[in-house]
Design a protein around this ligand. Structure first.
Ligand SMILES: [Zn+2]
Length: 402
């Protein structure tokens, strides 16, 4: 017995680690009064069933660094136990993903839903124009991520939320979620998503306007940027990522709505009045979906504008090149007839005697035409049919000349 106690003690000791404490905000409805508490807890503290506000609150929001938790086996085990995080979430696939949404019911041995877990990842690319060390325009960018896991308990409608990684955006989301808590909606595990998606949609709006401003600046200063092809190519490069992320958000939102419908269709505990609150959540998600779709249309429109701008820039450059070539051709045209005549008269077929002023043409002048005309014909025919003949005789010739 004593040995077992000792082993338990050692096991508890082994489960602790030196990772920094996690900031956890807990929200509780105490007879109509909303109580918000902030605690600093270790991952092991999250497993306690009392002593902490985290253990008894209706809603808890914990901020954690995903990579640190991944690296620490003890923290990872505690998180798995407390939040039932799915195995795929820890994989490199999820870590490198450009976005996802997952949902899973927690079932008892009879197949009755006792809770639910959902996990989501959104990404947004922020861009801005700056001057580099040489005073030349360049585009700076950074990624903003929202990585969240939600664990909901059906028996007491408690929700545990973990926000990972991007600290500023995670705090912004935490404040939005706390602001939007409606005690009547806590029986629906999806109550947290309208707030999150709203923040992400607002960020997409900002970043789409950022790319639009880059584009507008280029359009207004077209002459200044005319031959700065490197900068011109940077704009669509970032715009492609911005657009991709709006598409991904829209796809995630579709998935959230689909799973929410599944929840509404299968939740037997839902009676008439709360069901209307839960349907309101679906309405808010529908409305946000519509806004994200329209943001995507704007992003596509920006993309069409930059393609148009690139086509115009290259056509303009080609036109300027073509004007220079035309000027050179005109000069050649002016001198060519005179040069041709001078070349013929300087041949030995013509003989000019300076002292007497007598000018004679050789009777063999026909030889000039006899050589020049066939040679011209051979040259023109070769120019027309030479590549076709070479393709048949020696197909690899183009590799040497192109
Ligand atoms: Zn740890």
């Amino acid at each position: 017995m004593e040995i077992c106690r000792e082993e338990k003690k050692m096991s508890r000791k082994a489960a602790s680690c030196y990772c920094p404490k996690l900031e956890t905000v807990s929200w509780r409805d105490c007879s109509g009064e909303k109580v918000v508490t902030t605690e600093k807890l270790t991952a092991q503290d999250l497993l306690k069933s009392k002593e902490t506000e985290f253990a008894v609150a209706d809603v808890t929001i914990t901020y954690a660094e995903g990579d640190r938790i991944r690296r620490c086996r003890n923290c990872k085990t505690a998180f798995d136990e407390r939040f039932s995080i799915p195995r795929v979430w820890w994989t490199t696939l999820a870590k490198r993903s450009n976005g996802y949404f997952g949902y899973q019911d927690i079932l008892d041995s009879d197949g009755t839903r006792t809770g639910a877990i959902s996990w989501v990842r959104f990404m947004v690319k922020r861009v801005s124009k700056v001057l580099d060390d040489h005073g030349v325009d360049e585009i700076k960018y950074h990624w903003v991520k929202l990585n969240a896991v939600t664990r909901w308990h059906a028996s007491n409608n408690r929700t545990n939320i973990i926000l990972f990684d991007h600290p500023h955006f995670a705090l912004l989301n935490r404040d939005s979620i706390l602001r939007d808590i409606n005690p009547r909606e806590l029986g629906d595990p999806f109550w947290v998503y309208p707030s999150m998606v709203e923040e992400i949609a607002q960020l997409h709006d900002v970043t789409i306007w950022e790319t639009r401003n880059l584009l507008r600046d280029f359009e207004l200063r077209r002459a200044f940027y005319r031959f700065n092809y490197k900068y011109l190519h940077e704009i669509p490069r970032h715009m492609t990522h911005v657009n991709e992320m709006v598409y991904v958000t829209e796809s995630i939102l579709t998935s959230i709505q689909k799973h929410h419908n599944h929840f509404l269709a299968t939740d037997k505990a839902v009676d008439a009045p709360p069901r209307m609150f839960f349907l309101n959540i679906q309405s808010r998600l529908d409305s946000l979906h519509n806004m994200v779709t329209n943001l995507r249309h704007r992003a596509e429109s920006n993309n069409a504008r930059i393609q148009n701008e690139m086509a115009l820039t290259y056509n303009d450059a080609a036109r300027i090149d073509s004007s220079a070539m035309r000027a050179i051709s005109l000069i050649g045209l002016l001198f060519l007839p005179a040069a041709f005549v001078a070349a013929i008269f300087s041949t030995s077929f013509f003989n000019f005697d300076a002292p007497t002023g007598i000018w004679k043409l050789s009777s063999h002048f026909w030889m000039y035409w006899a050589v020049a005309v066939p040679l011209t014909v051979v040259t023109v025919v070769s120019w027309f049919f030479g590549p076709v003949i070479m393709d048949k005789v020696m197909p690899q010739w183009r590799r040497w000349v192109e």
